[in-house]
Design a protein around this ligand. Structure first.
Ligand code: IVH
Length: 670
């Protein structure tokens, strides 16, 4: 391969990883691999300056905005730069020396630096006019970002108005990192089930995914924090030093990046980083290094920037946490959503203070690509994630009878059949033990069976005590009352309440039933569409692919998942047992000629007189459809209090919009 081809290939891989990273998706590159590719590319470009192009990933900041994304794009008032990322003390030395030379510092008067953690989250740019937050953008490509104002407004420690008496700057851009603390992330993992295998893999990905949610109320339920560390455009105030800026930001009500401290020379910067690195595990949030900034703003100005990064600030990364180990066995584990992923069982290895026994290999495609085999000597890394991963295989040390690892053909937990979807293998057996807790929690959730008092904690307890071994066991708990009472936190009252709740939900709308039983790719809306299209469970079960494809929103993938679900013997048995326990989905009234037939409703914002779910059920009973997203198909938008971006979109499309009163009139007239 010549240099040009190599450069092309590197760019391609980096761009793909950028996109996945930005979307909060699972990337098939580890951070260390990504950095390595980036350095390789930069080196090659430096060796072949003729091959350097403006669109190279090394020449721009952040990632391109997703095409056709759902958030409006706006320009930053001052561009948002990135930082030069340094791995070695010598590189930091060279950086500091360059600054010193450029400023013609004599070597006696110290050039002082201000050190902070390099936070591992997602950066945001907040614009305040006369002290009031007017908008918040993602970094985007550095020139413009996505308007995430409504989501950012939900962050508790983010001032919507600057604190104090003022006077406030006419306009100021405050920059910082949106993060999730380690405890916040752990609590979230406990509380919510992973919806896609990637979503809750680590705090940073979760923050990225959360900021992209369309419903700010969902964002509000996630424990985000904003830590300020810089300003962009500033009008009407001046700061002498970065330290002053930090004090001022604090007075205005911001939380600033901590722990911070001054550094009078190179040695102090290095020491600050080493100290922070050694305390890394005890600090409340994830960081991947330190940032050192020239303290005086005047000197920052003098130093200026290169095309991509300032000459007055550097990022000195922590050493990746690496260790050598050996793969004893390659196993498979089943996640709560049924994804079956490879896992390397390792020789117990000390790594950054913990004994590591397992490492993630992410997916079978990646395993094949990296060709990790049983018996291999490997390098493992603990990054921000709690779960370490295999980052390198020492192929040279492989023995003669080493064989490539094979993905399983049946589910390792239940021996059920597996289905390949993209890079992932899924077990679609409804009874699979490994998925049981997640499935029951979903089944009991509000938009499914709505069984109050059956949350993740309770389900885990019931499964651990073996009172519940299958989904249908939930409906056969009554005879086990005595055993239930023996468990911690279950009194007579809560136990009988649970029974009552369960009994009350045995007859439920078909749509909620279908959502609850957890057919892959069938979420709340599709479940409702299927219910109103087929009317009964029996008709849906005997539907052909062609018939399924006739339902709005059902494509090849969804149709295949539905057929697969109902053709599984185990699932059939489960459905039969549910029926035997008295669970009876109510036939959906097909109301094609109801008074609202043909109309498509979207509800946005809160309603004061009924819940949104109830409102959806009401219009559907009258023959209309209720959907979640705005599109041209929508005929009526009901905007409650605090209606957000959906409303704006609806206005753009010129859709019919009603307030809550008008909605009641519609219901009454029909
Ligand atoms: S200062 C001109 N300070 O690192 C750049 N950035 O690679 C001003 N970051 O996009 C940024 N912690 O998201 C600064 N204490 C800190 C930081 C920090 C994390 C992020 C930030 C920026 C990226 C630069």
């Amino acid at each position: 391969m010549n240099a040009e081809q190599e450069i092309d290939q590197l760019r391609e891989r980096i761009r793909a990883a950028d996109l996945a990273y930005y979307d909060g998706d699972v990337s098939d590159l580890t951070d260390a691999q990504y950095d390595e590719l980036f350095v390789q590319l930069r080196t090659l470009e430096a060796e072949h300056p003729k091959l350097l192009t403006d669109d190279s990933p090394t020449q721009r900041v952040g990632t391109p905005l997703p095409k056709g994304g759902s958030f409006a794009t706006q320009e930053h008032l001052a561009p948002m730069g990135s930082l030069e990322s340094l791995m070695q003390a010598e590189e930091v030395g060279a950086f500091v020396e360059r600054a010193r030379k450029l400023l013609e510092y004599d070597g006696e008067t110290p050039l002082t630096w201000s050190c902070e953690p390099k936070l591992d989250g997602v950066s945001a740019n907040l614009l305040y006019e006369d002290g009031v937050l007017v908008r918040g953008l993602s970094r985007g490509d550095g020139q413009s970002g996505e308007d995430l104002t409504r989501n950012l407004l939900t962050i508790r420690n983010l001032p919507t108005q600057l604190a104090g008496k003022g006077p406030f700057p006419k306009r100021i851009e405050v920059r910082g990192e949106v993060i999730m603390s380690k405890t916040g992330f752990a609590a979230l993992q406990q509380r919510e089930e992973t919806t896609s295998e990637g979503t809750f893999r680590n705090a940073r990905n979760t923050v990225a995914g959360t900021l992209k949610l369309m419903d700010p109320r969902m964002v509000k339920r996630r424990p985000l924090d904003f830590l300020a560390f810089a300003v962009g455009l500033v009008e009407g105030v001046e700061f002498g030093t970065h330290e002053q800026l930090r004090r001022c930001l604090t007075q205005w009500g911001f939380t600033v990046a901590e722990p911070a401290g001054p550094a009078a020379d190179l040695a102090a910067i290095l020491a600050f980083r080493d100290d922070l690195e050694s305390r890394r595990d005890d600090l409340p949030y994830e960081m991947d290094g330190v940032v050192a900034k020239v303290n005086e703003f005047e000197l920052q100005q003098l130093l200026g920037r290169t095309s991509r990064t300032p000459r007055w600030a550097l990022a000195y990364k922590f050493a990746p946490r690496l260790a050598r180990s050996r793969v004893e066995k390659i196993g498979a584990q089943v996640g709560r959503t049924g994804a079956v992923t490879p896992v390397a069982h390792l020789e117990p290895t000390e790594l950054a203070g913990v004994t590591v026994r397992n490492a993630s290999l992410h997916n079978w495609a990646l395993l094949a690509e990296r060709d990790v085999r049983e018996g291999d000597a490997v390098e493992i890394q603990r990054a921000g994630d709690v779960i370490p991963e295999v980052v390198r295989v020492f192929v040279d040390e492989r023995g003669p009878d080493s064989k490539p690892a094979e993905p399983p053909t049946t589910c390792p937990a239940c021996s059920g059949p597996l289905q390949l979807e993209g890079k992932f293998l899924y077990c679609s057996n409804i009874d699979c033990q490994a998925q049981l807790v997640g499935r029951i929690v979903h089944l009991a959730s509000r938009r499914a069976f709505d069984i109050e008092g059956l949350g993740p904690k309770q389900v885990e307890q019931l499964v651990a005590a073996e009172l519940v071994k299958t989904v249908e066991d939930v409906f056969a708990l009554r005879p086990k009352r005595e055993q239930l009472l023996e468990l911690e936190r279950w009194g007579k009252r809560s136990t009988d309440n649970l029974f009552k709740q369960i009994d009350a939900q045995k007859a439920l709308p078909l749509g909620r039933f279908l959502n609850g039983i957890g057919i892959r790719h069938v979420g709340e809306t599709t479940a409702r569409d299927l219910a109103s299209h087929f009317g009964t469970l029996e008709r849906l079960r005997s539907a052909t692919t062609a018939e399924l494809l006739g339902v709005d929103g059902v494509g090849d993938e969804v149709a295949a998942a539905i057929l697969e679900f109902f053709s599984s013997e185990k699932n059939q048995a489960t459905l039969a047992s549910l029926q035997a326990e008295g669970v009876e989905p109510l036939a959906a009234v097909r109301n094609d000629d109801g008074p609202l037939a043909g109309r498509v409703f979207v509800f946005t914002g809160g309603m004061t007189t009924m819940s949104r779910d109830e409102a959806k059920e009401r219009v559907e009973a009258l023959g209309a459809k209720a959907v979640n997203g705005i599109s041209k198909k929508v005929t009526d938008v009901i905007a409650g209090t605090d209606a957000g971006s959906k409303l704006a979109k609806a206005e753009k499309l010129g859709l019919r919009i009603h307030d809550e009163d008008a909605f009641h009139q519609i219901l009454e007239q029909t």
